[in-house]
Structure formats: structure tokens, C-alpha cells
Design a protein around this ligand. Sequence first.
Ligand code: NAD
Ligand code: ZN
Length: 379
Amino acid sequence: MITTGQIIRCKAAVAWEAGKPLVMEEVEVAPPQKHEVRIKILFTSLCHTDVYFWEAKGQTPLFPRIFGHEAGGIVESVGEGMTDLAPGDHVLPIFTGECGDCRHCHSEESNMCDLLRINTERGGMIHDGESRFSIDGKPIYHFVGTSTFSEYTVVHSGQVAKINPEAPLDKVCIVSCGLSTGLGATLNVAKPKKGQSVAIFGLGAVGLAAAEGARMAGAGRIIGVDLNRKRFEEAKKFGVTEFVNPKDHDKPVQQVIAEMTDGGVDRSVECTGSVQAMIQAFECVHDGWGVAVLVGVPSKDDAFKTHPMNLLNERTLKGTFFGNYKPKTDIPGVVEQYMNKELEVEKFITHTVPFSEINKAFDYMLKGEGIRCIIAMGA
Ligand code: NAD
Ligand code: ZN
């Protein structure tokens, strides 16, 4: 059946109201416009960011909306002026983009594209501000330009990474967000040398991906720091060999880690969002060469406070967005690392549900069960 240029009717999980279970609806998906592609989503997974905006406690609510941003699919059709993507391409839609033209895209060092950087407030497409989703003619808002909780979605081509068609989409779909964020924080920013020690603060999906990066880099010791001891069991699969629970100590965590490592770790990666943990992660690296990388998103009024002497003593503090990966240029390479068996993806996947049971994925995340739940669209 030829669908190019036609409206497609398909199933989508619509969030009608903040915090209320998603409802399976038949939606109309308009054809892609200039610089857009329409993608048949095959697998998607749930990330904290979806839950955070679905709960809509900290921001202006935008409903009805189709959430979802970690996914894999196949291009169904392309809009005008498309040269780099074609129907049949296997792709990962990504919540932040790469226009290829701005100063950030021209810089080797940045992935913070001016045009397509994540925008959680936008509910339509950049081209005309309109939504491509509707029910009975009424628009349903997009989320971060991806809206993957739908059998078909329309995405700006700058937010689409074309990947190896041999890569199993039910696995590599998770590469499009949380996994790459943590992995890149270690591999691209902290850059531990073989044999070095790495402390990971926060052992959620992002921290475990950072630990996976440390394992791939050949780190000698990977020390996990978390307030929740339940996280430690799971983290063992990720090569985390030593654990520190700040609640078990009367001394500051910095001191505990300094004592464990003869003066401090070589690298640390903070994946908690707690400003206390950010300060600890910085102050626990060794003077002379230690590098700390911040990944967690802090609260609005947080302030990072440390004595400048900690920097003068040759400690480096860095921060990163999406692991410094450029979505279109670099993400296909992360998929190749999985295909070459350097990167282990399977251990992140703890649950799978059919699309019709997508609300179960929310339950698992709200209960803190598992790491990633794959939602199989066709099942
Ligand atoms: P998560 O909630 O699953 O994991 C966070 C872990 O940190 C939890 O296990 C929690 O117990 C632990 N924790 C909280 N406070 C702590 C403290 N003071 N000391 C030690 N451990 C502490 O979250 P996640 O999905 O893994 O995401 C982690 C962070 O990364 C979040 O802040 C998220 O917003 C952020 N994030 C950043 C980017 C980026 O590009 N910079 C992208 C995605 C997510
Ligand atoms: Zn750009």
C-alpha cells in the first residue's frame, strides 16, 4: 500500500492530562513537510524525561501530547529537499538535533545545535509550528520533536540518525538517549586512561551507562556511589566493583573516596542531579590530574560551591549534554560499537511490554524497577 503523501491513520498512546494513564487512540499522521521524515516506529522505550514531562510538576503543562523519545524505526517517506534519508532507512530519532549549519554544528567540540537543541516547550514542528498529529481534526502536541509513542511519527531530519540496517532495533533503540548520555560522558569527556579509577555518582540508567563507558575504556576500578543500596546489585553487571553509600559514613564522601584511592579517583562522573553529589564528585578527584564530569540536571535554584583552591590544585570540572555526541554524525558509530561487541546493550533492558500495555512501563519506572523497558509496537 502506498502511503507517501497520504495521511496515515495509526495507533498512538496519547497523554490527555498530566499524570493520567496514556490512552490508546487512533490518530492521523500528516505527511512530512520540508526537511522532515515520517518514521514507522518499531520499538520505543521509556526514559525519565518522558515521565517528568508527563507528570508536568515543574513546567507549564502541554496536553494532549504524544510522549516518547527513545526509539528505533524505519523511514516510511520523506519531505521535500531530503538528500540524506530515504524510505527504508533504519533510523533512531533523537531528542536533540544537528542542523549542520550553525556555529555549534561547525565546531568539532560542540553538539549544542542552535536550531535543533532540545526544546521541551515546543509542541509543533519547526517548519510551520504546526503539529503533524490530529484526532478528528484537533491537534495533538509533539514532544521534543520525536513523539515515538505512536506507530508513525514525523521528525525533523536533523534529529534522525541513520544506522546500520543489520542492527536489531529492539536493542539499539535505547542508544538514542540515556545510554549515549552516560556512555559519552565517560568516553568523550572524562576520558579515563586504561587502568585508571573512575567514581560514578548515581547508578540509574545514565550512571550505569557511564560505568559501561568506564569498562570499555579499561578502567582499573569503578566505584559506584548511590544513596539507594538496591542499586548496587544491578550495578555489578556493569563492572562496578566497589560501592559507597554516603549514608553509611560519618565523614564526607570526598574523604571516604580519597582514603580508598590514595588521594582521590582519576575521574568521576556525576549522574544524580543532586548538587551535593556534584560537589562531592568534583572534590573527590585526585589533585594534579583528576577530571570530574557533571551530567545530572540540577534544580532551578541550585548553586555549585567549592573552594577555588580545588581547581588551582589542578582538578578539572566539566559538564556535558548528551555525552557530547553529535546526534547524526556520532550516534551511528555508537550502534557500530554495539555491533562490534565492544558495547553491551542487552544488560540495560530489564523489561519488554507490547504497545497496548505501555502504561506498565510507566509503573516500572515509577516503582524504580529495572533499568529500561522496551515497548514493542508490533506486539
Ligand atoms: P535515576 O533517578 O534513575 O538515577 C539517579 C540515581 O542517583 C538514583 O539511583 C539515586 O538514588 C541517586 N542519587 C540521588 N542523589 C544522590 C546523592 N546525593 N548521592 C548519591 N546518589 C544519589 O536518573 P537517570 O535517569 O539515571 O538520570 C540521571 C541524571 O542525568 C538526571 O539528573 C537526569 O536529569 C540527567 N540527564 C542528563 C542529561 C544530559 O545530557 N546532561 C541527559 C539525560 C539525563
Ligand atoms: Zn546546528
